[in-house]
Ligand binder design. Structure first.
Ligand code: DAH
Length: 425
């Protein structure tokens, strides 16, 4: 697995058991389902935004960050990201990349692909999971992995959430770009909000009959040809390989990896859409392919951006380096400020999860936290388990003072104890 893999494809079967980039088993069925949402905090580092505008529609904070619903686990830091739509900024690396992908589809498919980039990220659990056949017990449905507004409403965790509704509305070839939300660990390639682009293409019997191929093979070959062309359009002549995988919504399913800086990097998930999804929209005589790609990971490679937090920076030294239409201009880091390391050890309780811990740290330190790493874990004779985490504080814009970091760490210690039911050591 590459360090990027978790954020693009939590839906692979393997991700239930695999070790993530920081060596921790992120997805255990048991712990995911026993975890409860965090109690809400009163003290907040973030200015509380009372409403956001999502593509012209005003959404009030109190409808999304709710103290009155036990299922709700959306913090203010996440609410403030709704409606930011980095993918719609032509001078931002995410927007520049999106436009380059649009160019590829426009020129190779004579503008047959309709584009959607303004669909609300607040969706039903039916859209996000049921419509794309995510099993009832799949880890991605847990409160540990997904932001729930209430028991039937989530912040979409992938753009696949829109496949079924667009098919029902009669669309047959489309690209959906949007912000997606996942509770996750903290390091330079993981951020709880990132951007995906979904592609979908329906074929009719006439298309494959002429080829003499079976419909599934026809779609799979067309899909691979399309995406290999896209990878060449973005990266030039690169080495690439296909890896078989599993997604609930496709069969067969594949991941595309490209060889980059001496490593295989997974860049997208895709496959031939399950017939049940097509059937729901009256398309039982058709076949389709679909893909989902993570824009941040591609942009980090194309623009040499070393830390995913930079995408959210307003610092002119970052924003002024990118121009509309200029794909792959290499980012020149303006400075690397010194990191500050702080360790914290505690006895965990049964309901403890690393995602909950990371949410507490982010809630206090925001983008001043660069990484959270488990550096020690043991169980004593009484069966109590201790975890020691190393928190790396580092601003991308300035040097942090000792006093400031000590203050953040002391708040982390208080909050962790108060909210996570752990005993500090
Ligand atoms: N939704 C998947 C994810 O976020 C990515 C994906 C895989 C999308 C296969 C697709 C697909 O449309 O066919 O992990």
């Amino acid at each position: 697995m590459t360090i990027f893999s978790v954020q693009s494809t939590i839906f692979t079967r393997a991700s239930v058991a695999i070790l993530s980039s920081n060596g921790l088993n992120r997805f255990s069925f048991a712990s995911s389902f026993s975890s409860s949402p965090l109690p809400k905090t009163k003290k907040r580092r973030f200015p509380i935004v009372s409403a956001v505008d999502i593509g012209g529609v005003t959404v009030a904070r109190n409808d999304v960050v709710r103290d009155d619903d036990p299922t709700n686990n959306v913090p203010d830091s996440i609410f403030s990201k709704l409606g930011m739509q980095l993918h719609r900024r032509d001078k931002h690396p995410i927007g520049i990349l999106k436009n380059a992908i649009y160019d590829y589809f426009d020129s190779n498919y004579a503008k047959q692909f309709e584009k959607f980039e303004d669909l609300s990220p607040i969706v039903t659990t039916k859209q996000n999971f049921d419509d794309v056949l995510v099993p009832a017990d799949h880890v991605s449905r847990s409160l540990n992995d997904t932001y729930y507004v209430d028991s039937q409403t989530v912040l979409r965790c992938h753009t696949s959430a829109h496949q079924a509704e667009l098919l029902r509305e009669g669309h047959r070839r489309f690209l959906v770009t949007g912000d997606v939300y996942r509770r996750d660990s903290i390091d330079s390639t993981h951020y709880p909000v990132f951007h995906q682009m979904e592609g979908f293409c329906v074929f009719s019997p006439g298309d494959w009959n002429e080829s003499g191929k079976d419909s599934t093979l026809y779609a799979a070959e067309d899909l691979k040809k399309c995406l290999e062309g896209l990878a060449r359009h973005l990266f030039g002549g690169v080495e690439m390989r296909w890896v078989d995988t599993y997604f609930p919504f496709t069969e067969p399913s594949f991941e595309l990896e490209i060889y980059f800086k001496e490593d295989w990097l997974e860049v997208l998930g895709c496959g031939v859409t399950e017939q049940r999804i097509l059937k729901q929209s009256g398309l039982e005589n058709n076949v389709a392919w679909a893909f989902g790609l993570g824009l941040e990971r591609l942009a980090m490679v194309l623009f040499d951006i070393p830390d995913i937090r930079l995408f959210w920076s307003d610092d002119e030294r970052f924003t002024s380096q990118f121009k509309k239409g200029e794909l792959g201009v290499k980012f020149k880091p303006f400075s690397k400020y010194p990191p500050c390391y702080k360790d914290i050890s505690f006895w965990i309780s049964e309901s403890f999860t690393e995602n909950n811990f990371c949410e507490v740290v982010r809630g206090i330190a925001g983008d001043l936290v660069e990484e959270v790493k488990l550096i020690d874990s043991f169980t004593n004779k009484k069966g109590m388990t201790s975890h020691c985490y190393r928190i790396v504080f580092r601003s991308m814009e300035r040097s942090l003072t000792d006093e400031e970091v000590n203050d953040l760490q002391s708040k982390v210690r208080d909050e962790v104890q108060r909210k996570l039911n752990v005993e500090l050591r």
